[in-house]
Every structure is written in C-alpha cells, then in structure tokens.
Write a protein of this length. Sequence first.
Length: 316
Amino acid sequence: MVIVSRNRNRTIMAIAMVAVLAGIAAVGLGGTDAEPRGSETRVVASFYPLAYMAEQIGGDKVTVSTLIPPGSEVHSWQPSISDIASADDADMIIYLGAGLDQWVEEDILASIDATAKTVVEASEGIRLLETTGQDEDHGHEGGDPHLWVSPHTALMLAENIAEALMEADPEDEEYYTQRWTAFEQTLRDLDDEYSDTLSTASGKSFFVTHSAYGYVADRYGLNQRGIIGLSADEQPSTGKISEIVEEMTQEGSYVIYVDPVYSDAYAQTLKAELEARTGGSVQILELYLMVGPVDDMDYVDQLEANLNNLARGLVE
C-alpha cells in the first residue's frame, strides 16, 4: 500500500495507521467471540453541528459519533490514530469542507480505504461568502466556512446530509424523508423568525470577538464587525482593538458579543476602553458558535438563543 502525505508527521501517522488497522483486521478474522454489528448506519461526523443534523435526520437508523470533542477549536484540530480508526470503522463520514476541517481529507481519507464508504462533504454546492486578505492568510482562501451559524445555510448542509443518508440506505428512505421534513421545517421556521425579528432592528452593526457570523449578517441585512477574523485562535492587535472602539463610538453601539466557549478577554478590554471613552455602560452578550452543547442547550436551542441576544442588542 502506497501512502502519500504532505509532510513527515502525516507519513508517520499514516504508516502507523496501516499497522493499527491490520492488527484490528487480524483480531477480527481470528476471534470467534466478537459481537455482531448492528444494522444501523455508522456515521462519523467531523464536529458537533453535522453530528446533530445526522442524528435528527437519521433517528434510530443511525449511530453517530464526532471526531472533535464538543467545544474544541475546529480549524486547528488534528486527528489521532484512534480517530482515524474510528473513521475507518464507519459506514459514512461527514465533514464540512470549505477549508474548515481539511484534516479529514489530508489525514483521514488519505489513510484509509474509503471506496466502500459514503463520504459527505456537507458544504458541496453551497456558495461561500468571500473572505478578506487576512482570513486568506489563515487558510480560508476558499471562503467563509461557518455555514452552520445561520438557519438558512444550515438548511443546505442538512439537506446534503439527508440526501446522502437516503442514498446510502434506500430501504429506509421513507423514514429519513419523514424526519428530514420535520427538521427542515424547524430550520425554515427559525429562518423566518430571524428575518421577522431582525428586519425591525434599529441598529444594523453587531460587534463580535470572532468573525464567524457572516452568514447571519448576509442573510438578515446586518453588518458584522469582529475583533479577530474567521479563526478563533488569532490574536488581535492593539490597533485593531482601538479601531473597533472607534467604530463602536461612532455607531453608538454598546453591546459586544462573545462565544462562551472562548475567552472573553478581548471583550473585556473593549468594554473597559469604550466605557472609559464614552461614559456609557457596555453589555457583553453571548453569541454561540454551536460547536457543542452549552448551558444545557443543543444546536437548535443555541440558534434560538443567538436570535434572542441579537434582538436584545439590535432591536430593543
């Protein structure tokens, strides 16, 4: 077996993976006490929103696991050998694509035989928002990958997943169709709610610590301003913070949005600078990135919470 990898570390990982998988296969062939696998389609998703969608559509016809632990930074995560083994054991692998979880292609699909699996790039066919030069420097030259943060673009991701499940398991197509129809309606209702609520916003600019909400801004007529770009592990400059303080002062905006998964240090700096300059009281509200269950809320709950908090900062 010839393994092509982009660097020495990936080559070592891939070679080790071959050995691990060979060992697993040998155990499987030689053992007699192994439990038979269930009839469910085994799905491995790269991270939480895609897994949630697969569960909502697949119901009890699928077993779903995620590679990235909930709440982890997606952009820079790297799979271990056991993660690759989990993907190799799946019937279906779902990843976002769009330059977000490129390690699925580079480290996982390059290390396993995926010919007998259904591999779903959930962003396929979806138009991406353009990125700035700074974001392109951080590996997002293909466009903004944060499609799951808006109900409108989340609907497109979910539809791709639904179609893949129906194609992979045609015997249960009616079951998947019923569940997809219900989930589709949930997302369409949320899209309508966002549109109706935010259309009355007196302010159109919202200020965030992480510029991951471009699809919300684009769909609902808002303007996103961020301290950092698309990658949450960037470090903002003092000049950038001063620039945002100036913009917020000019706009008369006194709300800063943060994702509770990440540090609010930048938001606190902004708050102190803005209050010192204007004498006003600055609120820090949550805008979830939905990379895992948070505060006893699942993916849809967090979409609803984001709308409520946007309304507090822009409409009220």
